[in-house]
Design a protein around this ligand. Structure first.
Ligand SMILES: Nc1ncnc2c1ncn2[C@@H]1O[C@H](COP(=O)(O)OP(=O)(O)OP(=O)(O)O)[C@@H](O)[C@H]1O
Length: 330
């Protein structure tokens, strides 16, 4: 059985401000070595949850345990969290005047210099930054600094790495690489990662488990493919896959039979082909996205979106046959 490393029970934290904000009654468990992504729209409580896990905020109720021991809050100890937990925030907390190597090595004790050197170099290699070891932090790009911050956080027997928006400073190309690096480093070192991201694609790619937050509450959790294909709420389907949502009347115009509620489907579930159950739509717009395109389709006033590989086949005002291959009633 996989060992559980973090347990969050009925955790609540409300900020004492005019607008209510915070998290309420959140419970979940994290297995050792897993990568967990906390996803949700802006203001849903992602950073608050991460800070509570690290012991940075005084909670109103509930608790977080690490290896069975309660994490103490800021009013209970001077240094928050636990020595085996490290948090990398968006400001990186690096010594900008020191070299990359020294930033990372500074986390280790001087008792065994050879071991210190070996461990530091190993971590620099894990993050693909060994060639930067003699550079000063001020000479690095944002993405490189982010890697140094992660290496620094991980070098000293870290069991749990908390990442707040780890890809905020990197461009799309580097982001893909850094995502893959974090996934690989987690698998190689067995470190448990809990990360917050505003981009659902990060969680879908990286995580073993997603936590979906809305208005401070945990709506759904589970493996990415499970949550994506079987969202419990319209919010989740919109957040993860920009789903199309139709009320029962509009759905019936497209031949989707739901008693009440909404028919929900992802644009890639719309097949552009002629079949016994396809219907005729007008192409209202074509959005070029590189290797694929998004079509805005309309039938009797009902608009839907469809994704397909870009073959340049469709133009505005064309007519197409489309079939919604699957949908959810939510
Ligand atoms: N220090 C604070 N004092 C008062 N309210 C706060 C504080 N920090 C956050 N909030 C409020 O609590 C709610 C949750 O904020 P939080 O930063 O946890 O959300 P988030 O999901 O991380 O948002 P984002 O993606 O925009 O960073 C928001 O309504 C926010 O305005």
């Amino acid at each position: 059985m996989e060992e559980q490393i973090i347990s969050v029970k009925n955790l609540s934290k409300q900020y004492q401000t005019e607008q209510a904000g915070g998290i309420s009654n959140i419970s979940f468990e994290v297995k050792k070595g897993n990568v967990v992504a906390i996803l949700g729209e802006s203001g849903s409580g992602k950073s608050t949850l991460l800070k509570c896990i690290y012991g940075l905020l005084k909670v109103d109720g509930g608790e977080v345990s690490f290896k069975g021991k309660r994490i103490l809050g800021p009013d209970e100890q001077l240094i928050p969290g636990h020595k085996e937990m490290k948090m990398v925030t968006q400001d990186f907390s690096l010594n900008i005047y020191a070299k990359v190597y020294d930033n990372v090595a500074s986390m280790l004790s001087n008792t065994d210099v050879q071991a210190k050197q070996a461990k530091t170099m190993e971590m620099l290699q894990h993050l693909h930054i060994e060639h930067l070891k003699d550079k000063k932090i001020t000479q690095l790009s944002g993405g490189e600094q982010q890697r140094v911050a992660i290496a620094k956080a991980m070098v000293s027997d870290t069991s749990v790495l908390l990442l707040d928006e780890p890809f905020s400073q990197v461009d799309a190309l580097l982001k893909n690489q850094l995502r893959a690096d974090i996934k690989r480093v987690a698998a190689e070192t067995g470190v448990t990662v809990i990360m917050v991201s505003h981009d659902p694609a990060d969680g879908l790619f990286l995580a073993d488990e997603l936590l979906i937050l809305k208005d401070g509450a945990l709506l759904q959790s589970g493996q990415p493919s499970q949550v994506y294909n079987h969202p419990d709420h319209i919010y989740t389907a919109r957040l993860l896959g920009n789903a199309v949502v139709l009320d029962a009347t509009d759905a019936s115009i497209l031949g989707l039979d739901i008693p009440d509620g909404h028919a929900v489907f992802y644009p890639e579930w719309v097949e552009l082909k002629s079949s016994w159950n396809s219907r005729r739509f007008e192409v209202k717009d074509v959005y070029y996205k590189g290797f694929y395109e998004e079509l805005l389709l309309e039938r009797n006033g009902v608009k839907i979106r469809a994704l397909q590989l870009n073959r340049g086949e469709h133009k505005k005002n064309d007519h197409v046959q489309a079939n919604i291959s699957q949908f959810l009633a939510l």
